[in-house]
Design a protein around this ligand. Structure first.
Ligand SMILES: [Zn+2]
Length: 323
């Protein structure tokens, strides 16, 4: 079963979260492999997308935000786009668009950052928006301070967290065809006595970046976690091996807490609305060439089919609704 556990280091300004996605991750790969229009992911693509899924679930569970978190890589190599979307209840979906050959031993830069033009975007899309409100989006490049190509997704995201949240974060990510897993360690922002003293608090927080000795020690321990261990050990064993000298409180999920799971938010109704975006003439010209309009969901592989009777009905009732 897929699972997620949060923990705190007693008395220290450091928190952590570990996620292991098994059934939910395998379901995404199975749907992709059984789709008739797209081929199964090459191993390096699969592993990158799995790391993105683990990271996005960690990030969503770590923020107090009522909306979808979308982690995207817009690549300039064979992987043009990789997208993971995680809902507040940790339901998630993921897909990658691959054009061209992927070598078996491709590194991240060979997949998405051939010309150093790849980008990573994190979008927070609130569930209910007031008029004019935009989704929040942060974008970071896939290179480091000296424009060197980064080869680990965790380095890209640590950069992002430091830039956008002013928070020291350590991420360890790993994925294969069975498991997508991740460990996140984060320094807690300093708490102010007075919420109005925002500037004072953030100055104190900035002074702590990269220097808090407890965080530094725990971050080094976390970074020693090997890919093999993260993929194969259970959560308690991982935490015991890494932090046996630390005082740690592991929170077990409350009975009502949802576990991370695969779910796609596509629907026939949404696809219908998309078809209504065409004018009737366009819809009819598609139907002149083939028996139905078929729209496949890239995330879950479901195909929605609308024959001429469906389309006529759609434009009648849809037009009625819009009037
Ligand atoms: Zn879908």
């Amino acid at each position: 079963m897929s699972e997620i556990h949060k923990f705190l280091f007693n008395g220290l300004p450091v928190r952590g979260c570990v996620v292991r996605l098994t059934d939910a991750w395998v379901e995404i790969l199975r749907r992709r492999a059984s789709g008739n229009s797209q081929a199964a992911y090459a191993e390096p693509v699969q592993n990158l997308l799995g790391e993105m899924v683990a990271a996005a679930v960690l990030m969503q569970s770590n923020i107090k935000f009522n909306g979808a978190l979308v982690l995207q890589i817009m690549g300039d190599g064979p992987v043009k786009l990789a997208v993971v979307e995680v809902q507040p209840d940790l339901a998630f979906r993921a897909t990658a668009t691959v054009l061209g050959e992927v070598a078996q031993d491709s590194r991240m830069s060979q997949l998405v950052n051939v010309n150093n033009l790849g980008k990573c975007a994190i979008t927070l899309d609130p569930k209910s928006r007031f008029p004019g409100q935009q989704a929040y989006q942060g974008v970071v490049p896939l290179f480091g301070d000296r424009h060197e190509k980064l080869e680990r997704l965790s380095d890209v995201l640590e950069h992002y967290m430091l830039q956008s949240e002013q928070l020291d974060t350590t991420l360890v990510l790993a994925a294969d065809g069975r498991v997508a897993a991740g460990l996140l360690i984060q320094r807690l922002p300093l708490e102010g006595v007075n919420n109005l003293a925002g500037s004072v608090v953030s100055q104190a927080n900035e002074d702590e970046i990269g220097v808090n000795e407890h965080y530094q020690r725990i971050a080094i321990l976390a970074s020693s976690l090997k890919r093999d261990e993260l993929l194969n050990l259970d959560v308690e064993t991982i935490l015991r091996r890494l932090f046996w000298e630390e005082q740690l409180t592991l929170f077990s999920p409350a009975p009502g807490d949802a576990a991370p799971r695969f779910a796609c938010s596509c629907s026939r109704e949404r696809v219908g609305r998309m078809i209504l975006g065409l004018v009737l003439q366009e819809a009819n010209s598609i139907l002149a060439e083939r028996p139905e309009i078929e729209v496949g969901c890239e995330f879950c592989g479901v195909h929605y089919r609308f024959d001429p009777i469906d389309v006529t009905h759609l434009f009648k009732t849809g037009a009625g609704l819009q009037a």
